[in-house]
Unconditional design. Structure first.
Length: 288
């Protein structure tokens, strides 16, 4: 007999997608989960996450740096990222596994795939120069889709906080032709194929958009203009993390949300209490 929805028990794998333009603190927010144990960062954005060193030193929490491990990935070793996730399915001692960022990950996948083109025996040629083709096509997009969807599937199974970051990129979309042509601007969280950009958000229960208001660092949990966000918790529409650790503020707000739910909806029936132990996320189970 198939299970009923009433028997669902939410597990400890909370998936969070953090979106923002570069420099808004996505990496810092994700790495702040070192408060609860060791975290691993698959880092695609730059040569090294130097912002972690300077930020945690500045706020007086350099102790957390000892709980942050990272590997740097790019177009020369994009496949090793997937291999690393596969090893976690056998043994994962981390509290959080972070992919930073999926925008750079997708470009690394495409460029890594292009490195396997065989241009010595009638391979793809550039139409203008006649040399090896340097523009990706359908084959590279298939590699991008396959690698990213495999990574998403693996991360769903890991008993960790599953955190990905993304940089929304502007896109121009042209529809119609002639006098009926329309040009609109949108954003995408991936560098190349549209399919992956549409798939990724559906794999996350929590999607937050980070930004600034004057000198404050703000996190939005609901749509702001064209910047989408969502939360499965009853979190405020936005919250302030200025000079604070994202994971610490987030924990307080989630606990407050759960307390309000228990008080208002369940009449304090112990059998229906919803709770989560943030201090031991690798062994905790929520219960409904």
């Amino acid at each position: 007999m198939s299970p009923k929805a009433s028997s669902i028990i939410p597990d400890k794998n909370i998936s969070i997608l953090l979106k923002a333009p570069p420099g808004m603190g996505k990496t810092l927010a994700a790495a702040s989960f070192a408060l609860y144990g060791d975290v691993y960062i698959a880092y695609f954005d730059k040569r090294t996450p130097i912002e972690l060193f300077t930020w945690f030193k500045r706020i007086g929490r350099s102790d957390l740096l000892e709980h942050i491990e990272y590997d740097v990935y790019n177009s020369s070793n994009a496949n090793e990222y997937l291999n690393k996730l596969i090893t976690f399915t056998r043994d994962c001692r981390y509290t959080a596994v972070i992919t930073d960022s999926v925008t750079s990950l997708t470009s690394a996948c495409v460029n890594w795939s292009m490195g396997f083109r065989d241009n010595s025996h009638g391979g793809k040629k550039d139409k203008l120069s006649g040399g090896p083709a340097v523009i990706p096509d359908f084959d590279e997009y298939k590699v991008e889709t396959s690698l990213v969807t495999q990574a998403l599937d693996i991360c769903k199974t890991l008993p960790v906080y599953n955190i990905w970051t993304a940089h929304p990129l502007p896109q121009m979309k042209v529809t119609g032709s002639g006098s009926s042509m329309n040009v609109t601007q949108s954003t995408s969280i991936v560098s190349y194929g549209n399919k992956v950009g549409a798939i990724i958000p559906g794999s996350f229960t929590e999607i937050y958009h980070l930004g600034r208001q004057m000198d404050k660092r703000i996190v939005w949990t609901d749509m702001v203009g064209d910047d989408y966000a969502k939360t499965a918790f009853n979190l405020p529409r936005n919250f302030d993390i200025t000079d604070r650790l994202f994971a610490e503020v987030w924990k307080e707000l989630v606990n407050k949300s759960l307390e309000e739910y228990n008080e208002k909806s369940l009449n304090n029936d112990p059998s229906n209490i919803l709770s989560v132990n943030f201090d031991q996320p690798t062994t905790n189970k929520w219960r409904i």
